[in-house]
Design a protein around this ligand. Structure first.
Ligand code: NAP
Ligand code: G4F
Length: 347
């Protein structure tokens, strides 16, 4: 039975991937890399902490010596590198920290594999942010990269390092070029989670009728377009990529893009919230109102980015043809699950 190492197991993708490997693919062991916290938040790890085949190991991707030790002690068949400083907006505030985790961290892992466990198969969580949004047609593995944030540049270096380790030393090292993917486990800073939690807070405020101040959802660029898939589909694609006879790089996407504005309208229209948003004003003055004319959404320039990726749309033909992968969870199901989870959390 196989042993997998998942970095970033406490994150959205890491936790779903661990559950997939243990529940559906019969892995003997999943080793999860976690960082020590003074107040551990194991919400994503609920099903994993007590699982007899899960081993949570405390450590940091930036500690190359620790990673080498890990690969010397355990026989690891597959390594999924999902750990990252993954928030694009924060990468402008902390570019060096972002590079340390995302680029140096990936290089540390690949060095540990190269020197201590060259048979380990390696999957790198690369990103559609590497494209920068300059292409008008759906982006495939053949399109050029032009990152627009320190996050994007850090991930691009890690992408090419992964390719180089494959070409230079014959490692089984593959990249998933992942377009945005969401779920109830999405981190609270990302726009979709912010929106569904905002919608849930509005609904609870409306139902309470207690005369308190209406919760205001502050957002940045409403026109940005993203190709939003579901994390539970994407972790299956990661697993399929590492099962191939030979390593390759694969776009995982849905091929449908929507604006942030559309996401807001859809989330608030959800049957549990049942609110039609109408818009007034323009740019930084724009607001969204509920049917009673109350301001529910305000555009706030603090959420604009110094450089924006305006639109991302993926072409996942190669993943369909070579991995037999396809997105199975519809956009509506993802939004529905996220709204329900946000309501439960807020309630
Ligand atoms: P996430 O929820 O933000 O999780 C990131 C994980 O990385 C967390 O477990 C975090 O640990 C861990 N981490 C951060 N820095 C670390 C370090 N220096 N050492 C060890 N662990 C560290 O991210 P996600 O949405 O699951 O995404 C998974 C991967 O896919 C990331 O690499 C991301 O960049 C990439 N990606 C995601 C998307 C998407 O739409 N979700 C799209 C393209 C690419 P803590 O819990 O301690 O913070
Ligand atoms: O949800 P976001 O922060 O995700 P973003 O920047 O697309 O990055 C995510 O997807 C990447 C793949 O393409 C991953 F590599 C990365 O790790 C991460 O998972 O923002 C989406 C869009 C942006 O255009 C942003 O400017 O929403 C816009 N936006 C508008 N208002 C906002 C907000 N984003 C955030 N986070 N918060 C806002 O209030």
């Amino acid at each position: 039975m196989k042993t997998a190492l998942i970095t970033g197991i406490s994150g959205q993708d890491g936790s779903y991937l661990a559950e997939l490997l243990l529940r559906h693919q019969g892995y003997g062991n999943v080793i999860g890399l976690t960082r020590r916290k003074s107040n551990p938040d194991t919400v994503n790890l609920k099903e994993l902490v007590d699982h007899p085949s899960t081993l949570l190991v405390e450590g940091d991707l930036e500690d190359g010596g620790f990673l080498s030790q890990l690969f010397s002690i355990y026989k690891i068949d597959e390594c999924y590198n999902l750990a990252a400083q993954s928030f694009v907006a924060y990468s402008f505030k902390n570019p060096i920290g972002t590079l340390m985790a995302n680029t140096l961290g990936t290089m540390n892992l690949l060095e540990a594999i190269r020197h201590h466990s060259p048979e380990t198969r390696f999957f790198q969580a690369s990103t559609s942010e590497m494209y920068g949004g300059f292409h008008n047609d759906p982006m495939s593995e053949k399109h050029d990269f032009h990152p627009r944030s320190p996050y994007g540049t850090s991930k691009l270096a890690a992408y090419w390092h992964t390719v180089n380790m494959r070409e230079a030393f014959g490692l089984f090292a593959c990249n998933g070029i992942l377009f945005n993917h969401e779920s109830p486990r999405r981190g609270s800073d990302f726009v979709t989670q912010k929106i569904v939690r905002g919608a849930a807070a509005y609904k609870i405020w409306k139902d309470s009728g207690d005369g308190s101040e209406i919760p205001l959802l502050r957002l940045g660029n409403l026109e940005a377009k993203r190709d939003w898939g579901d994390a539970r589909d994407f972790v299956r694609g990661m697993w399929l990529a590492i099962q191939k006879d030979s390593p390759g790089d694969y776009v995982l996407a849905t091929g449908i893009a929507r604006t942030v504005r559309e996401f807001v309208e859809i989330a608030f229209r959800h049957s549990s919230i049942d609110t039609q948003i109408t818009w007034e004003g323009e740019g930084e003055q724009e607001i969204g109102k509920d049917p009673e004319g109350r301001t529910v959404i305000a555009v706030d320039s603090q959420f604009y980015r110094p450089t924006e990726v305006n639109a991302l749309l993926g072409d996942w033909t190669r993943a369909r043809e070579e991995l037999d992968w396809k997105p199975e969870i519809s956009f509506d199901e993802t939004v529905n699950d996220m709204v329900q989870a946000a309501l439960e959390r807020a309630g």
